[in-house]
Design a protein around this ligand. Structure first.
Ligand SMILES: NC(=O)c1ccc[n+]([C@@H]2O[C@H](COP(=O)([O-])OP(=O)(O)OC[C@H]3O[C@@H](n4cnc5c(N)ncnc54)[C@H](OP(=O)(O)O)[C@@H]3O)[C@@H](O)[C@H]2O)c1
Length: 184
């Protein structure tokens, strides 16, 4: 398991279709709720660990459109929103940020006070992967083929992934990976 002196891990948790999408066409997320059981220990484990989350604007807007709060409102912590657009009309409690992903992650790590930091959105996750900032990836593979939508994303020159566990709950497989630290 990834361990960091004095701070938590940076985790990307996502539900992915068997053909590699995290959202269906039109940012449709209904398939996630059809397949993911909130009582699945694999799905519930990550939110319990988080002290801060960082979401991309697109994920935030889809959640707002669908009337969803972060983790169904059953979670409390620091929330950061990344956007280059004006923050008018956004909830005041959100920490609206733009620019250097490394500095934003550092701020979230501090805000998490020793707990973990969750990443929401593939665009944001890819930036973090490219900068070597992700410590763990937790993917719930849903038994559905979407054919189109928003892709799960990697990054060139990624660090080695180590499979920590693979758990099955009903028809969903949860894969938990840690990323090796870069050695220079
Ligand atoms: N299946 C799952 O588990 C899961 C989880 C989360 C989200 N999703 C879905 O994934 C889709 C969104 O993913 P996505 O990868 O397309 O987008 P995203 O990562 O949610 O958001 C991307 C946007 O965030 C802003 N942003 C990102 N990095 C920034 C930076 N460094 N500085 C300033 N702004 C920055 C930009 O918004 P501006 O255009 O405002 O500048 C950018 O267009 C949605 O459909 C969502 O529902 C699925």
């Amino acid at each position: 398991m990834a361990q960091h002196k004095g701070r938590g891990s940076v985790i990307w948790q996502a539900t992915m279709s068997l053909d590699g999408y995290i959202a269906a066409a039109g940012d449709d997320m209904s398939w996630v709720f059809q397949h993911i059981d909130p009582a699945d220990p694999g799905a519930a484990a990550v939110p319990e660990r988080l002290g801060a989350v960082i979401a991309g604007r697109r994920s935030f807007e889809v959640g707002r459109r669908d009337g969803m709060e972060v983790f169904d409102g059953a979670w409390e912590g620091s929330q950061f929103l990344l956007t280059n657009r004006p923050a008018d009309g956004l909830p005041g409690a959100l920490g609206v940020r733009a620019g250097n992903i490394e500095l934003i992650i550092q701020e979230a790590i501090t805000a998490a006070r020793g707990r973990d930091v969750g990443i929401i959105g593939a665009n944001v996750a890819q930036q973090c992967l490219e900068a070597g900032l992700i410590d763990e990836i937790v993917v719930h593979v849903a038994p559905v083929l979407l054919g189109n939508g928003v892709r799960f994303r990697g990054a060139e020159g990624m660090r080695e992934l180590r499979l920590e566990s693979a758990q099955t709950h009903e028809n969903v497989v949860t894969l938990h990976y840690t990323l090796e630290k870069e050695t220079s």
